[in-house]
Write a protein that binds this ligand. Structure first.
Ligand code: GLY
Length: 353
C-alpha cells in the first residue's frame, strides 16, 4: 500500500489534508481532545459507517450519529435545525467536534452546522466522493441552500482536518466518480499540466488515482491558503463554473456538477480562443481530453436563458459577465465583459453536430 500523503493548507486556520488508502481511522486522532463527536453522515455503506463509529468509540469519544439526506436536498435550514437539535439534546460543548462523512453536500452541511453551533466548533471532513476529496471538503466554505439560491447562506469555517480515504471511492457509482474527475482536470488546466498528461494516458484516472487526488488537492490548497475568503486568487478555481453554474440551474440541478463544468471549461477555452487569448491547439486539447474522460462537451440549450443566469452569478459584478479563461495552459486570468459576438461564437462551438 502506498504511503499516505499529507498536504498542508495555510491561512488563518491551517490544517492538513491526508490522502491515502485505509486512512479513515485517523479520524479518531484528529478528534483528539473532544469528548463528543457529532457524526453527520449521508447514506454511506453500513460497513464504512460502522467502522468510523467503532474507531471513534474505541478512542473514548461519545458518538452521536446524525443521518442526513444525500445531495443538495440535505443542505436546508430544516436539516441544519435537526442537526442543531441533536447536538443540543446530547450536550455538545465548544470543545466537541463535528465529523462530516459523505459527499460534498454532506460536508458542506456539516461545515455549516459546525460553523454555527455555539458560534463555531471543530470540523473534521471525511469525504466519500472524488468531488468531495478534491473540492468540497477542502477550502473552508460551508453553506446551505435557500429559496433564493444555492449556497447563499453560509460561513467561512475551515476544517481542523480533512481525511481522504481512497478506499471509500470503491463503492462510488462510475458517473459520480467521473463527475469528480472534472474538478481534477480543471486543476490541470488552471495550474498543473502534469494532471493533463496523466489523464491523457489514462482518461479513467484509475491507474494514477492517488497522484491525481494529491495533485488536485495541492492546487486547491495552494490557492485557498492565500485567499480563504474568496476576494482574489481563489476566483481561478471557478474555471468552467460561470457557464457550468448556469447550466446546473437551468436544468434544476438534474445535471451533475462535474458534467456542467466540463461543458463550461470547453466553452471557456473557445471563448478565450475567440478573444485571441488562447491558441487553437490548447482549446482543442480541452475538448479532446474532456471527451476522452467520458464527460460532455456539447450543449444545445438556448443561450439567452443561460446568459440571464450567468449575469446573476455570485461572481458577476453588477450586470457585467466575468469568466475565468486561460492565456495558456496553467495561465488563468479574468475576462470581464467580452463582446456578445465572442460569447455567441464560443457557444456555437458547443452545439451538438
Ligand atoms: N468547501 C469548499 C470550498 O471551500 O471551496
Amino acid at each position: 500500500m502506498a504511503a499516505a500523503e499529507t498536504i498542508q493548507v495555510g491561512g488563518p486556520a491551517p490544517y492538513v489534508v491526508t490522502v491515502g488508502c485505509g486512512v479513515a481511522g485517523q479520524v479518531a486522532s484528529a478528534a483528539h481532545g473532544a469528548l463528543r463527536v457529532g457524526l453527520i453522515h449521508g447514506s454511506e455503506p453500513a460497513q464504512a459507517l460502522a467502522r468510523i463509529q467503532r474507531v471513534l468509540t474505541a478512542a473514548g469519544h461519545e458518538v452521536t450519529s446524525i443521518p442526513v439526506p444525500d445531495g443538495e436536498s440535505g443542505k436546508t435550514l430544516a436539516v441544519a435545525q435537526q442537526c442543531w437539535n441533536a447536538l443540543g439534546r446530547n450536550g455538545f460543548t465548544r470543545s466537541d467536534v463535528i465529523v462530516g462523512f459523505g459527499g460534498g453536500a454532506v460536508t458542506d452541511l456539516a461545515g455549516f452546522v459546525a460553523a454555527t453551533w455555539l458560534r463555531g466548533v471543530g470540523l473534521i471532513n471525511l469525504p466519500t466522493t472524488l468531488l468531495g476529496m478534491v473540492d468540497a471538503a477542502v477550502g473552508g466554505k460551508t453553506a446551505i441552500n435557500v429559496a433564493a439560491g444555492k449556497n447563499l447562506v453560509g460561513a467561512f469555517h475551515p476544517p481542523v482536518a480533512v481525511i481522504a480515504d481512497l478506499d471509500l471511492l470503491g463503492t462510488l457509482p462510475e458517473s459520480e466518480y467521473r463527475s469528480g474527475l472534472a474538478e481534477v482536470v480543471k486543476c490541470g488546466f488552471i495550474a498543473d499540466p502534469v494532471i493533463l498528461d496523466l489523464l491523457a494516458t489514462d482518461p479513467t484516472g484509475l491507474a494514477q488515482r492517488s497522484e491525481l487526488v494529491v495533485r488536485a488537492v495541492r492546487v486547491k490548497a495552494e490557492v485557498v491558503s492565500e485567499d480563504l475568503t474568496d476576494v482574489g486568487r481563489r476566483e481561478m478555481l471557478n474555471y468552467g463554473h460561470t457557464l457550468g453554474h448556469a447550466i446546473e440551474s437551468a436544468c434544476d440541478y438534474s445535471v451533475r456538477h462535474g458534467e456542467a463544468i466540463a461543458i463550461g471549461m470547453v466553452f471557456a477555452a473557445q471563448l478565450a480562443r475567440h478573444c485571441g487569448l488562447l491558441d487553437r491547439a490548447s482549446a482543442s486539447r480541452h475538448r479532446e481530453l474532456i471527451a476522452a474522460m467520458g464527460l460532455p462537451t456539447t450543449h444545445g440549450a438556448p443561450l439567452a436563458d443561460l446568459l440571464a443566469r450567468m449575469r446573476m452569478d455570485k461572481k458577476a459584478r453588477g450586470n457585467a459577465l466575468r469568466f475565468v479563461v486561460l492565456e495558456g495552459i496553467a495561465r488563468p486570468r479574468i475576462l470581464e465583459s467580452p463582446d456578445i459576438e465572442q460569447i455567441e461564437a464560443a457557444y456555437a462551438d458547443l452545439l451538438p453536430t
